[in-house]
Design a binder for this molecule. Structure first.
Ligand code: PEP
Ligand code: MN
Length: 336
């Protein structure tokens, strides 16, 4: 942190600030200019609240030069992290495609979709069992029964599965039944949930909240990793903007920014980003070209009858065609 002192700061005001800095275990190194004096702080400045520093009478401005997030930070871990999710490596050279319905609707539906998407090239199966819906009158998911239905494709097709957790009380259920626990956009800042997930060793796919900044996403990853669990996968799934044509706006630059700032794998969800089935292809290909480590796509056996998110779901045939294009783009950028 750098603190710029006011030109007319009085001696005792500066002393008061210096005492505060020392009390936090930090050293203030002065850089005296012709008119302005700047203090450079040495030590772990994450303990200092920048807004509190600005309250001191001697302070003109304070600027953070150290990122607030440490554990997901590439500075402290230059190589890409590769996370093993039920035998599938996420974050390596290969592009990982996760596919499946928004929600698990029946035993046969999830198995049928799993078989089909696997044949086309998906390596992980998605399926929502606990659905966080905007309206309490909408389908809320099959809950534990839904997770149970996912076990057949998981074992018979040897396909790792991902499903979203909505309640900390279900953590053990998820540890026992899924390979990746998804934290949805609406829970990205459910810090108590994040802390508890930090105590597990399960891979966690952390989705960006639709009104959250990239830094906030990384701070949420920090919560999980701080508890000991380093198996975090970041997911860009679109943010709210003034644009209403699409459900959200895919922040494609977030992919490149996250890959630059963090060593964690980045997955893009083109389905929730656009909210429109015909947009899924463009957004998927753009995500891979931009450097994402994979995509998570909603695929339904019959989108017009889906109990959730039918409009943004592609069918199995469309997915097969999309996979061929994904393979071409992946190969073009040197990723299998
Ligand atoms: C989902 O993946 O089913 C979901 C609800 O996504 P999000 O949290 O991104 O809205
Ligand atoms: Mn959905």
């Amino acid at each position: 942190m750098i603190i710029i002192l006011k030109d007319n700061a009085q001696r005792q005001q500066i002393e008061k600030l210096k005492n505060f800095i020392a009390a936090q275990g930090l050293k203030a190194v002065p850089i005296v200019g012709e008119k302005t004096t700047v203090l450079g702080l040495v030590g772990d400045t994450s303990v200092m609240d920048i807004e509190t520093v600005k309250l001191f009478k001697a302070v003109e401005n304070a600027i953070k030069v150290q990122e607030r997030f440490k554990r997901p930070n590439r500075k402290f871990h230059p190589e890409d992290s590769v996370i093993d999710a039920g035998g599938v490596k996420i974050g390596g050279k290969n592009i990982v495609v996760i596919a499946g319905p928004c929600s698990v609707e029946s035993r046969t539906q999830i198995f049928k979709v799993a078989e089909s998407v696997q044949r086309s090239g998906a390596v992980i199966l998605r399926g929502g069992a606990y659905k966080p819906r905007t309206s309490p009158y909408m389908f809320q998911g099959l809950k534990a029964e839904g997770l149970e239905y996912m076990q057949k494709p998981r074992t018979e097709l040897n396909m790792p599965i991902i499903s979203e957790i909505t309640n900390p009380a279900n953590i053990q259920l998820f540890i026992d039944n899924v390979d990746i626990i998804q934290v949805g956009a609406r829970n990205m800042q459910n810090f108590e949930l994040l802390k508890l997930l930090g105590e597990t060793t399960k891979p966690i796919l952390l989705k960006r909240g639709f009104s959250n900044t990239i830094e906030e996403l990384l701070m949420s990853a920090e919560y999980i990793m701080n508890g000991g669990n380093q198996n975090v996968i970041l997911c860009e799934r679109g943010i709210r903007t003034f644009e209403h044509f699409t459900r959200n706006t895919l922040d494609i630059s977030a992919v490149a920014v996250l890959k630059r700032l963090s060593h964690l794998p980045v997955i893009v969800d083109p389905s929730h980003s656009g909210g429109i089935n015909w947009l899924v292809e463009s957004l998927s290909l753009a995500a891979i070209a931009a450097g994402a480590d994979g995509v998570m796509i909603e695929v339904h056996n019959d989108p017009s009858c889906a109990l959730c998110d039918g409009a943004q779901s592609i069918n199995c045939e469309e997915f097969e065609k999309l996979m061929q294009k994904i393979n071409k783009v992946s190969a073009a950028i040197g990723r299998g």
